[in-house]
Ligand binder design. Sequence first.
Ligand code: AMP
Ligand code: ZN
Length: 469
Amino acid sequence: MKIYNTLTKHVDEFIPHNKDLVTMYTCGPTVYHYAHIGNLRTYIFEDVLEKTLNYLGYNVKRAMNITDVGHLTSDSDSGEDKMLKGAKREHKTVLDIANFYTEAFKKDTEKLNIKWPEIVSKATDNIDEYLKIINALIKKGYAYQSGGNVYFDTSKLTDYYQLTNHKIDEMVVGVRKGVEEDKAKKNQADFALWFTKSKFDDQELKWDSPFGLGYPGWHIECSGISLKYLGENLDIHCGGIDNIFPHHTNEIAQSESYLGHKWCNYWIHGEHLNDETGKMSKSKGDFLTVNLLEEKGYNPIAYRFMCLNTSYRKVLVFSYDALDKATTTYNKLKNKVLALKPSSLLEEEKYKEYDDKFKEYISNDLNTSNAITLIYEVLKSNLNDSTKYELIKSWDKVLSLDLTTLESNNIDIDEEYIQKQIDLRNKAKQEKNYQLADQIRNDLAAKGIILKDTREATIYEINTNISHN
Ligand code: AMP
Ligand code: ZN
């Protein structure tokens, strides 16, 4: 597989440390509010990446954090803790806010067919891990205590900016938005690992530490959780492009200084979803959530389809017009797939040919739009319906567009067709062609039609509850 690597600024061949188990870390949500559909675009791309690796035969161990402490309103250590802000807004505790929005995020991911990572860990559950790293960084001379906080000393690194095009000058106060002067820092690019002093004394969650009662910085959370669950040699680290600096830059600085060796080889970033006015944000008026789309009558999967039609590396501009178009195209495509009447044996050679093409597209820097075009090619081709259906069903393991899933209200009960299939299956059984008999049964099952062999005859039931995989 080839993938664009922010670290090398090239499309690189993907070579994992251990080909039997790929490790992947994805930065999780800050659970102080609903995720907007921009955030979810990033999770969709990460989901496609994980499923692509699976499709190409890799086992993937993936971890994600839930940020429930330490993420300040400005990424450069100033401003209020976002969680505290959420709690004040809703007159609840930080814990209540975290639980509520973690659950809401999980529901959004389910609606978008985003697989929940194997390991999901709350930032507040790993305090010991951060303290272990911070202690070691102080001992090694990479971190210092000042003004009550612990900071990472960026001047100790020659390649602090390896992931980004930022220049030291841009960290000077007044040059970059969100950079406030912090007199406790030796260098303005230094970042906090542990806070005991912030402007906001009423920080709700604090822990004992050798540096005083306090709480971790945001960046150390991801390093800590990743190192704890995925080990010292990470293959892939993902996030949205806004994470490149300072978040991922700081993660590299602290993790590699702690480990004493290179940490992660592939840094993969998704471009943003913008609205027509520019950047999407949680504080803007029409705050675009999955719930809002549903309230307006949209199927969340049509949004996923819209995302997959554009490269994850290109800006996508959201408009209801664009979503309307995506919805129409998606529904037409799905209807075409559901109209297929698989009833013969797979054309195995052709199947492999098309499937290889699909693999070629997705392994070329996740070219999902070409993969979708290939579905149309298959539908137009002279392959038999079984081969078309099985190909699309298989590709949907990566795309997760529910293309072969029936909703309870659109099961098309074509009794004549079903009876014909039952007769064909009985004939196949008589001729001892059990492969064909099984395939007919499985194809019908995939369409929600379950065959039951009774003593008298074969009957069928409609199952409205089928899941896609
Ligand atoms: P947050 O909950 O703010 O920590 O962000 C969660 C994820 O969404 C991070 O990986 C961000 O990089 C990503 N993200 C933030 N804004 C956007 C956007 N407009 N489009 C796509 N991804 C975004
Ligand atoms: Zn992170």
